[in-house]
Ligand binder design. Sequence first.
Ligand SMILES: Cc1cc2nc3c(=O)[nH]c(=O)nc-3n(C[C@H](O)[C@H](O)[C@H](O)COP(=O)(O)O)c2cc1C
Length: 146
Amino acid sequence: MNKRLLRILYTSKTYNRLSKADLSKLLQQCRDNNDHINIKGILCYTGHDFIQVIEGPEEATIRLYHKILNDDRHYDCKLINISLSSSYIFNSWSMGYLDISHGDMQLLRQELPEKLSNDNAEIFAYQLRNYLNTTPQQNTAETIFI
Ligand SMILES: Cc1cc2nc3c(=O)[nH]c(=O)nc-3n(C[C@H](O)[C@H](O)[C@H](O)COP(=O)(O)O)c2cc1C
């Protein structure tokens, strides 16, 4: 199996809740950039914490992660898992978005501490993709206006 994609799962925090406009700008930036460099993934936001998966060609993914680490819109980046893969999990998403501050995401929020471990990272990423695929309002750019 030719494992040429790199997948990174990390968490970080924001000082204050990002405004809708700032979040919208961030997502637009992610999607515009990622489209050009074959990066895919998901960004989850609780209103305080980010959870992000980025996946793509090794070099581009490492370069992007380095940029993200130096971004002052968040802090306390914690690398949860880094792995090689032969296929994308978030194939249809240049950057999917899940607002996990909503009530319907309560179960996911409760389970986060357990899911955010190196051992569970891949299963968790698949679960996040399933959330994206089964939550219709998250499928469009409108999701950025939370
Ligand atoms: C939580 C978070 C996630 C981000 N995710 C991405 C991403 O997936 N793709 C991306 O290009 N930039 C992402 N960024 C923005 C980068 O840190 C950086 O600002 C951007 O890539 C710079 O783009 P530029 O070189 O075109 O100016 C993210 C920033 C934050 C705070």
